[in-house]
Design a protein around this ligand. Structure first.
Ligand code: CA
Length: 230
């Protein structure tokens, strides 16, 4: 059992208590905070392996915390969201969150997400140094070590998940993947996730990488299946 710690920032005391019990049962060290300001302080001082953030919090909301933490670290962040527009902001803003669950959610579902995120973190740390670290397709070059990408010899700015998705598709160019397969490989879910997340990221990537002249690479939608990079 890996020794990993999680900070839960959530003001609903009953939910916090249930999460703490369930996550500790999985072997994680769990810290909690009930408001935004102390949550941010604890995130900085404890340096947990995962941050679980409610959106609506006293004193400082989850979006603000996420924005501040992202300037300082790449710690995985999982949002707990309540409403539709919150989800759009989590998925749609330049927040760099890793995942979200919508309230009300089952504790089992949340624990499965946590496990997926943390396991993916471990596997990237232990990745073999011999696997190819430079990828290219058409006008794009990617360097996995420096986490940088170039399009037409100019820097290509990608959010963390956009980078991971593009790297996966470039490494597997020409192969069609279903949304669930992309979720599993890129987001690390071990079950059916929310395929809308994939669609949104594909849309952003297209806006960033596809040229008006139709030059490759292009992300092709395969009806009834998913996506393929050509
Ligand atoms: Ca709340």
């Amino acid at each position: 059992m890996p020794d990993q710690s999680i900070l839960v920032v959530e003001d609903e005391q009953n939910l916090v208590a249930a999460l703490k019990i369930s996550l500790e049962r999985e072997g994680y060290r769990v810290y909690v905070s009930h408001d935004g300001v102390s949550g941010l302080e604890k995130a900085r001082s404890l340096q947990p392996d995962l941050l679980i953030l409610d959106v609506m919090l006293p004193s400082l909301d989850g979006f603000e915390i996420c924005r501040m933490i992202r300037r300082e670290s790449n710690i995985p962040i999982l949002f707990l969201t309540a409403k539709g527009e919150e989800i759009d902001r989590v998925v749609g803003l330049e927040l760099g969150a890793d995942d979200y669950v919508t309230k009300p959610f089952s504790i089992r579902e949340l624990v499965a997400r946590v496990r997926g995120i943390l396991r993916r973190g471990l596997s990237t740390q232990t990745q073999s140094p011999n696997s190819p670290r430079q990828l290219s397709v058409g006008r794009i070059e990617m360097d996995l070590d420096s986490h940088s990408a170039v399009l037409d010899e100019k820097p290509l700015y990608l959010k963390p998940k956009e980078f991971d998705l593009l790297a996966f598709m470039v490494a597997n160019q020409g192969i069609a993947f279903s949304r669930d397969q992309l979720l599993e490989h890129v987001w690390g879910y071990d079950y059916m996730g929310e395929s809308r997340t994939v669609d949104v990221h594909v849309r952003w990537l297209r806006e960033k990488i596809q040229s008006d002249s139709g030059l490759p690479p292009r992300i092709i939608t395969i009806r009834g299946i998913g996506y393929r990079l050509d």
